[in-house]
Design a protein around this ligand. Structure first.
Ligand code: SAM
Ligand code: SF4
Length: 326
């Protein structure tokens, strides 16, 4: 599919649930999180149907996300069924890793092509202060299993939120020295609760890392779906990456759409524009009607975000990251 400004859209991020077993401070409030009522969540048949229409229209890559995708019952069956859709070539998952140890083999057997684990620190106490849950050891076991077995490529997503020292980011980086895992730093995006946290810019972090690791050399040998820019460090098995939506806007090369857990096809992270597919599906629409609405939403996909603008503006997304899926 080509959008209104000529970009090829071949990637969909599907938030399979808005629920989560962690409460990261920059993503979800500690309490009072209203969950989407069961009847409004896309059923698996509905996700598969939308994906068949998307695949017919050029979507080739699927990301499973959430909330926490591994808490959705039946996620392994969904993975296998999505992978079997003609046209879908690549299916990956981003998880907090809490359930990875027990589900690793199931995911790989279901056809997952790569796994990303979100991990902001290796220090159990700091981990608990960021995620508000005592799950560091479980995540570590899941990660170690994934690194040891190495059946599919593995990445780590790390959001600097408390700063390089407090989060001991160098310890996270060291994982890429000793294992074939790519460690990616994501700039805090001013979406939902993320707006209340300071931004550590890529340049600042890269300077810090180079001081400790030596020069970082740009490289392009890591397959992926998106805007991450990778660097090689001397003596490292994995690469270090930066996803810097704020300091390096990458909207010109945007290749993605998002499907929220309640069936909204989102065409831009920062705006609430797109199409409410769940209500159409419930009303018994045809595939042709679905396709027409998706195409229209794509034609109107915004040219880019305005993360620099602090003032509220019309159409700004009010949903949090746990509802959008990152
Ligand atoms: N629960 C899964 C996880 O944490 O990997 C998947 C969903 S989570 C919303 C997807 C990614 O978004 C995670 O890597 C998380 O760290 C990141 N994220 C959440 N809020 C963010 C924000 N405001 N800015 C940048 N990244 C954010
Ligand atoms: Fe849950 Fe992921 Fe959000 Fe953390 S970042 S609260 S793990 S959805």
């Amino acid at each position: 599919m080509i959008d209104g400004v000529g970009r090829t859209i071949d990637y969909v991020r599907i938030s399979v649930t808005d629920r989560c077993n962690l409460r990261c401070v920059y993503c979800m409030p500690e309490e009072g999180v209203p969950s989407i009522p069961h009847g409004q969540i896309l059923r698996f048949e509905e996700i598969l149907r939308v994906c068949r229409v998307l695949a017919k229209n050029g979507i080739r890559k699927v990301k499973l996300t959430g909330g926490e995708p591994l808490v959705r019952k039946g996620i392994l069956d969904l993975t296998a069924e999505l992978k079997a859709i003609p046209g879908i070539e690549n299916i990956t998952i981003t998880t907090n890793g809490v359930l990875l140890e027990e589900l690793y083999d199931g995911l790989v057997d279901a056809g997952i092509d790569a796994i990303t684990v979100s991990l902001d620190t290796l220090d159990p106490q700091v981990y608990q202060s960021i995620t508000r849950r005592d799950e560091a050891a479980r995540v570590r076991r899941g990660l170690e299993r994934a690194m040891r077995e190495g059946r599919v490529p593995l990445k780590i997503n790390c959001v600097p939120v408390l700063g390089v020292e407090k989060q001991e980011l160098l310890d996270v980086v060291e994982l890429a020295r000793h294992h074939r895992v790519h460690v990616r730093f994501i700039e805090m995006m001013p979406i939902g609760l993320g707006s209340g946290f300071p931004l550590l810019r890529e340049e600042e972090l890269r300077t810090f890392l180079e001081k400790h690791l030596g020069p970082l050399t740009p490289c392009d040998d890591v397959p992926g779906n998106g805007p991450c820019r990778y660097y090689a460090a001397e003596g490292f098995q994995g690469r270090l990456g930066f996803i810097s939506a704020v300091s390096h806007q990458f909207c010109d090369g945007c290749n993605r759409i998002r499907l929220t857990a309640d069936g909204y096809l989102k065409t831009c992270l920062q705006y609430d524009c797109g199409a409410a597919l769940k209500s159409m599906l419930q009303a018994g629409c045809t595939d042709a009607e679905l396709e027409a609405v998706i195409r229209k939403a794509l034609a109107d996909k915004p040219k880019g975000h305005h993360f620099g603008d602090q003032a509220p503006f019309a159409g700004r997304e009010e949903k949090g990251m746990s509802q959008i899926g990152g």
